[in-house]
Design a protein around this ligand. Structure first.
Ligand code: ADP
Ligand code: ARG
Length: 346
């Protein structure tokens, strides 16, 4: 891709962190830089330039993108996670440290719980800068590791290429599989050669799943019906530890696990519940106020950039960097309790 020669302008109403932090000075410092994989500023910002409704607007092509383009990434990371460039990320994925009794034991509000973490292999570029051949290598390495899983985690890998369309559509509708054609990923170069090299692994019960070569090389997911957050967390902790013995994940002391999008750095964890709040959701300002107080994000039930249906929402932790895995989930637990308690008062 060609380097930009002048500071791009952003449409009126564009509110992305990119538009806020790509100043004249930052642009001048970064416009001629690229990483060893040839990833340049145009590629970092392309998704945010094309999709003016982006909330963030940038993607990394490799671990080095975060240092080469730090003049842009650092302020974006600080705005999103409240994490300063002088800080070090800390991890704690120990379920024994999590205090999260089911906030809805009678199943009145929580439909399902899902926790995912993103990972990428340290030896290869991230999806935006990867070649077709390298992507196939990533897929092969991951499938070999997945095939070693035992007991309840053992399962089958289903490549996207050759999958029966009706089966793919059902997996997406049932919340197990990623959608195709995401315009943010498309503009970031993350959909090149789609669907080659992409796929989904899952165990028989579909409580442990791994997405391969979507936005990140791995998205490891633990999910089940109801609100037993601790069981979901424990399963994920075990599975990630097992896979970490077979695969070397990209990480740094400062930023934790390295991901394509800066919003996922650190723990790379999004812990969510699908929750029915028929009364509180009629009072959006109050719903949003509680979510903000607990630093939770509200999404629709078909994931990011989807609308809610029938007063059911996807509620998840917003911060992933500068907080441990246990803290991400503890925050979700506290916020969900507060939402349920408020719903009960109507
Ligand atoms: P991600 O969490 O991987 O960043 P999305 O927001 O796009 O990505 O969600 C991916 C899929 O996971 C969507 O189909 C979404 O409905 C589903 N999902 C998210 N949270 C839950 C949950 N708590 N229960 C069931 N499905 C969920
Ligand atoms: N690039 C998109 C935006 O800026 C998505 C950002 C966060 N989500 C993600 N899947 N990385 O709005």
């Amino acid at each position: 891709m060609k380097n930009l020669n002048k500071l791009p302008t952003f449409a009126n109403g564009c509110d992305s962190l990119l538009s806020k932090h790509l100043t004249d000075t930052v642009f001048a410092e970064l416009k001629d830089k690229h990483t060893r994989n040839g990833f340049d500023l145009q590629q970092v910002i392309n998704s945010g330039l094309i999709n003016t409704d982006s909330s963030i607007g940038v993607y990394a092509g490799d671990k080095a993108s975060y240092s080469t383009f730090s003049a842009l990434f650092d302020p974006i990371i600080e705005s999103y996670h409240g994490f300063k460039k002088t800080e070090q990320h800390q991890s704690n994925f120990n379920p024994n440290d999590l205090d999260a009794p089911n906030p809805d034991p009678e199943n009145n509000y929580i439909i399902s719980t899902r926790i995912r973490v993103a990972r990428n292999l340290s030896a290869l570029p991230l999806g935006s800068a990867i070649s077709k051949r390298q992507r196939k290598i990533v897929e092969r390495l991951i499938v070999v590791a997945l095939n070693k899983l035992q007991g309840k985690l053992a399962g089958t890998y289903f490549p996207l290429q050759g999958m029966i369309e009706a089966e793919r559509v059902k997996l997406v509708a049932d919340h197990f599989l990623f959608k195709a054609g995401d315009r943010f990923l498309e503009a970031a170069g993350l959909n090149r050669e789609w669907p080659e090299g992409r796929g989904i692994f899952h165990n028989d019960e579909k409580t442990f799943l791994v997405w391969v070569n979507e936005e990140d090389q791995l998205r490891m997911i633990s999910m089940q019906m109801g609100g037993d957050i601790k069981a979901v967390f424990s399963r994920l902790s075990t599975a990630v530890a097992e896979l970490e013995t077979a695969l070397r994940f990209s990480k740094s002391d400062h930023l934790g696990y390295i991901t394509s999008c800066p919003s996922n750095l650190g723990t790379a964890m999004r812990a969510s519940v699908h929750i029915k709040l028929p009364r509180l959701s009629k009072n959006m300002p109050e719903f949003e106020k509680i979510a903000k107080q607990y630093q939770l994000q509200i999404r629709g039930i078909h994931g990011e950039h989807s609308e809610s249906q029938g007063s059911t929402y996807d509620i998840s932790n917003r911060r992933r960097l500068g907080v441990t895995e246990v803290e991400c989930v503890q925050v979700l637990h506290a916020g969900v309790l507060a939402l349920i308690n408020r719903e009960k008062l109507f």
